[in-house]
Design a protein around this ligand. Structure first.
Ligand SMILES: Nc1nc2c(ncn2[C@@H]2O[C@H](COP(=O)(O)OP(=O)(O)OP(=O)(O)O)[C@@H](O)[C@H]2O)c(=O)[nH]1
Ligand SMILES: [Mg+2]
Length: 287
């Protein structure tokens, strides 16, 4: 079942000595990661929080500083406890150093953690973060902060009221584009939405980079997910619906940001291929 809802910076104390980095194999020209699987495991274990926010990051050194600052600022003012986790997906532009610098220089208002992900792909990074969390509520948004961080308040209201999944939507009543996407991306997005309609029923926008969940409710679906790229969201939402879980779509005020790491040719084509495979599986199972 799907429902639509009305619209609506950090720290790591890196004081503990860092663990030896896990060397991550190079995939498709990616950098060998120098990020340990978790650079702050003790803090993570010591302090369970209400909400863990993850940011998948691939070459986001330029866009992350503002996003970290804004997010920590916001989380520090909320009634619920929170942690921010940046998943560095084999970046070669110093993304990890940007996160470490933020941790060093900001106060400890909200714990910030840097983790590495050996498998390339946004889906792999998100899955890794959500599966390793111990918070009651978990989720992610993109490093470009295209969806305002304030949308989290609305998401938390729905989660606390019992929703298993709350997803941002650019195509449900009340949503708006503050800065529109380029025409080519809009066209690709429209085709993608058309193709995903039969897989994820009633959800207008599977691709908005803003999704939050009750962790315990979605773990079986997460474990079943095989997609590591941008179509991960489609597979996850489909598994959730198959499990009979409620997905709430909340309208967002979305701003396109320059500097996207999304490659229409590589990431876009691969996402279309994955959706075709998911459709074939769905047809195969139905017949
Ligand atoms: N392209 C890419 N992005 C990744 C990867 N791993 C994590 N990400 C992150 O996934 C998030 C989504 O990427 P964006 O570049 O914002 O792409 P998008 O939101 O689909 O597209 P835009 O509309 O251009 O913002 C960002 O935070 C990326 O850094 C990866 O392997 N490839
Ligand atoms: Mg984005």
């Amino acid at each position: 079942m799907t429902r639509s809802a009305p619209p609506g910076d950090i720290a790591m104390d890196v004081r503990a000595p860092l663990r030896r980095p896990v060397l991550v194999p190079v995939h498709g020209g990616r950098a060998t990661s120098t990020v340990s699987r978790s650079e702050q495991p003790s803090a993570r274990a010591a302090r369970p929080v209400d909400l863990e926010v993850s940011i998948p990051a691939y070459n986001e050194a330029g866009r992350l500083p503002r996003t970290l600052e804004r997010t920590v600022e916001f989380l520090a003012q909320q009634p619920w406890s929170a942690r921010l986790v940046v998943v560095d997906n084999g970046s070669s532009d110093g993304t990890a150093d940007v996160v470490r610098a933020h941790i060093r220089t900001s106060g400890s208002k909200v714990p910030v953690e840097l983790v590495g992900c050996a498998r390339p792909g946004k889906g792999a990074a998100v899955r890794r973060a959500l599966l390793h969390s111990r918070a009651r509520f978990v989720g992610f948004f993109d490093a470009d902060l295209a969806t305002p961080v304030e949308t989290l308040s609305i998401a938390m209201q729905h989660l606390e009221a019992g929703a298993a999944a709350v997803v941002g939507s650019r195509y449900t009543a009340g949503a708006q584009f503050v800065h529109a996407q380029p025409a080519s991306r809009r066209l690709g997005g429209a085709a993608f939405r058309l193709m995903t309609r039969s897989l994820v029923k009633g959800v207008q926008d599977t691709q908005c980079g803003f999704k939050f969940f009750e962790r315990a409710a979605i773990v079986p679906a997460l474990v079943s997910c095989r997609t590591s790229g941008f179509a991960f969201d489609v597979e996850l939402l489909r598994h959730l619906q198959e499990a009979g879980l409620d997905i709430v779509e909340v309208p967002v005020a979305w701003s396109h940001a320059s500097g996207s790491s999304f490659s229409p040719l590589k990431d876009g084509m691969s996402a279309f291929r994955t959706v075709l495979q998911l459709q074939r599986c769905a047809i195969g199972r139905a017949s």
